[in-house]
Ligand binder design. Sequence first.
Ligand code: ATP
Length: 602
Amino acid sequence: MSSGDADAQRAANATAPRIPDLVGRIRGLFSPHKRALVVTVVLVLIGAAVSVAPPLLTKQAFDRGLFPPGGPDVPVLLELVGAMVGLWVLSAGIGVWQTYLTATVGNKVMGALRIRLFGHLQRMELAFFTRTKTGVIQSRLQNDVGGVANVLSNTISSVLGNTVTVIAAFVSMLVLSWQMTVVTVFLLPLLVVAQRRVGQVRARIATKTQESLSDMTAITQEALSVSGILLAKSFNQQHAEVERYSAENRTQIGLQVRQQMSGQWFFAVVQIFLSVIPAIIYLVAAWLILRDVPVTAGTIVAFTTVQARLTFPLMGLLRVALDLQTSGALFARIFEYLDLHPAITNDPSAEAVDDTQLGRVEFDEVSFSYPDAEPGQTTLDGVSFDIAPGQFAAFVGPSGAGKTTVSYLIPRFYEASGGAVRFAGTDVRRLDQESLVGHIGIVSQETYLFHASIGDNLRYARPDATDEQLVDAARQANIHETIASFPDGYDTIVGERGYRLSGGEKQRIAIARVLLKDPAVMVLDEATSALDTVSERVVQEALDTATRGRTTIAIAHRLSTVRDADVVFVVVAGRIVERGTHDELIALGGVYAELYGQQVAS
Ligand code: ATP
């Protein structure tokens, strides 16, 4: 791993990120759903009011229905039982409605957060993706947002539902006997202290668990992709891959067990505590009766029943408090990504590309260093050139000289560190990015096709293209006959990253895709270097058609492909050392002539 990667990993995995005003921001996420939340709170209050009554009715059932001085009074008992059943049905109905509302709000909030994060990542500059593992990014989007979504949709409804029951239980307990309630309440702070302690431990473990999960996703993503599997198989590294995964898996298991166990002793204490309370209540009742405080059998039964009903909701609430601390850690990880600022953005006064000089590309004393490069390491140094509309310009030179880097600066995938890059006469920093990129077509050696039909892959460049336009572009790219020969034609599904097509076929589909975009400037980055001679010829023909009448910037290893260029730039160690036509450069007898001599000889 390079130090750049390591830094990126550290940045992406920063432990327990501190996000300013976490609570306020989480509240902000819920603000579009104020109405649903208000309705929910009203339902909670009604629910609370409704469920205060049954315990009081229990007392009445005992004292007036079952054990009145003259023996059981059945009509009164029936009336009381009927009322109790009615109230429970009502409260169950309110509970369902409330759960529906909270589940909807919880999932909508998370859905919106997921889209915001995805949209934000789309705006991040290329450098962010080259320094961060894909799996790590995926993990934030899936595991972290998913984790919060789970906690939230379970939490909101259980918080509200349990709050109702707990409030109702306390009100009933107060009505039944304030003295017994005081004793009960007096014991509660013990639980809160224990819960806080466990909560902190759990939040810490949760952050570590998510980091480990994100490492696992990164390994899965790397190892189980077509390229990853091919690499592992061809180097006999399957065992090593399994070992790498197992090691992370062991960490994950350990963390999960720690996370679950950290709450267990606490819940055991709660359980004991809640079981012992009724016994204490009998003692308190005896003490009260001895002091002539009126306590009936009905009061004791109703009070201990309410207490028993308090157990689960109270445990639920305490558990939720723990879960919330955990989800706070997950939210922090999500906000940390949302707070990343894209390094390359549109200037507020950005303008669209000016049509009058469309196709002109100029570099004016451009210097550039990659954001993650070692200090002082420059990739481009004082590069200047002016390519006129319609010209065919070629960049050649040794590997690592900076040719591809030149092509990245034109669509502003990276920002020049010094000097100016101008497109159609305007500094790219002053151009609207969409307009700029809309005029540039890139065909590189590495062709990326989606796992979708050929037609859909082509339409990526122009969603509204007609079938005729697709065929026309495919014809120009020399691929129509091949597509038409597939049983499903343009509906043929391309395998992951286009593995079911040959390199040359993928390349020509990529050319057809760029042709649909109809750009003024075509960048060909070693587009044919990975192909055999026959394929290369077919692709080269496609490229010749595709580049006719457009400014073409070709980065080439095989100098035979640039013989017809209007101008050839020879790049060595980030500088243009020679420029001219093929014949001029041969006559010059410099770097180009030497490279050409080597290629002709081989
Ligand atoms: P080739 O012909 O092998 O494709 P090139 O001339 O196109 O080479 P570039 O890809 O432009 O060369 O790379 C120029 C230099 O910048 C190389 O030393 C390379 O290692 C470095 N480089 C490329 N991409 C990055 C990056 N994302 N971060 C840091 N350094 C980079």
